[in-house]
Design a protein around this ligand. Structure first.
Ligand code: FAD
Length: 339
């Protein structure tokens, strides 16, 4: 057991915002047996935290109890038909390695989700999404281990309560399960989704059936690299706020006052571009101490070096207050705050 545990472990490499933090006890289980053992031998009174690569985390202070960063790897084809391929991946697999591997095989479904940082195990937690596609559209099932009992269960996608940046693992079952693996259903024949503006422009004139997953992946990577700061170069946790959904009446009133407002009608209201609101509130490229909102992407909060969690929280609060005062819209933070 002790071989699996590291005490007073440095977590600065486990959060892409590069905040200084330590875990009282860190476990990196490589197999389900090791994970079961770690859970069975833990102090049941102490908290358990599960982290991936920390690309969606704000670690506010040192983590007490047990922190688990799964190292379960492996990507395999599970079964196939003439039209579909089912693939499984361990929770510790780097997400983009899985995307790259499936695209190399000529399988289609994950290409729009290229280059999203993090692990395969974290992907269902907030139902990762980008460029018109969400994980929920390709996910077949999730395998989880219940922290309290060590029991393994499979949840079909339909039982995961997937919504925009949300799932049962983030809401009603928060802290109950460890996602140990995922299974995805991909297409053999390309049916790429190129509805997102920049993809549509790039592939203009081609029917989606003529567009390959490899070509879409290449383009998504190019767009992401031109727009988003690489956390390895400038520490950040991606979009710091979710795009808020407001009522149609509210959106219409805002549009009248601010004709440039970027808004997308949804079934349950109108989704506003949080980046536009933040930029219009004057925060794009602005710094508050060692942290700031990125100069090209107002939605991304960056650590220019040496930031503390309070610097991050102070900037987030200032941005939220300004957006509220100017537009009457509440911004909800996307990264998870630990502990
Ligand atoms: C530059 C950048 C761009 C990004 N772009 C996007 C984007 O386009 N779309 C998008 O959706 N997200 C995006 N993100 C956010 C992030 O990449 C995703 O949320 C990713 O899934 C987080 O993976 P992780 O392994 O780093 O998880 P972590 O940040 O370590 O954890 C996130 C949450 O998931 C939970 N969790 C992690 N692993 C497990 C597990 N095995 N079982 C149970 N719970 C678990 C943690 O407890 C935590 O609450 C971006 C982030 C960055 C830094």
């Amino acid at each position: 057991m002790s071989l699996l545990l590291q005490y007073n472990a440095d977590l600065s490499g486990f959060n892409t915002l590069a905040l200084p933090a330590r875990a009282a006890c860190l476990a990196r289980p490589k197999t389900l047996d090791e994970l079961e053992q770690v859970l069975a031998e833990r102090d049941p009174q102490s908290p358990v935290y599960v982290i991936g690569e920390g690309s969606n985390l704000v670690i506010q202070e040192d983590l007490p109890g047990l922190t688990i960063a799964l190292a379960l790897d492996g990507m395999i084809k599970v079964r196939e038909t003439d039209q579909h391929v089912w693939v499984a991946a361990g929770a510790g697999v780097h997400w983009d390695d899985l995307v790259a591997w499936t695209v190399e095989q000529g399988w289609q479904g994950l290409e729009n989700l290229s280059l999203i940082p993090g692990t395969a195990g974290a992907a269902p937690f907030q139902n990762i999404g980008a460029y018109g596609v969400e994980l929920a559209q390709v996910l077949e099932q999730v395998t989880v281990m219940e922290i309290a009992t060590g029991e393994l269960t499979h949840f079909p996608a339909g039982e995961c309560d997937f919504a925009y940046r949300d799932s049962r693992f983030k809401s009603r079952d928060k802290g109950r399960f460890i996602i140990t693996g995922i299974e995805l259903k991909l297409n053999r024949q390309a049916q790429c989704n190129i509805s997102y503006g920049p993809l549509q422009q790039h592939f203009a004139g081609l029917a989606s059936g003529e567009v390959t997953a490899a070509a879409v992946r290449e383009q998504v990577i190019a767009v992401r690299q031109s727009k988003l700061p690489d956390p390895a170069v400038l520490a950040n946790a991606g979009s710091f706020f979710k795009n808020p959904v407001v009522s149609t009446e509210k959106a219409e009133a805002l549009k009248e006052a601010f004709p440039q407002l970027v808004a997308y009608p949804q079934q349950d209201g109108v989704k506003l571009a949080a980046g536009w609101l933040i930029e219009a509130a004057g925060w794009k490229g602005k710094q508050l101490g060692p942290v700031g909102m990125h100069r090209d992407q107002a939605l991304v909060l960056v650590n220019h070096g040496g930031a503390t969690p309070s610097d991050v929280m102070a900037l987030a609060a200032a941005v939220r207050t300004d957006v509220w005062q100017r537009f009457g819209v509440q911004l909800e933070q996307e990264p998870i705050v630990l502990p």
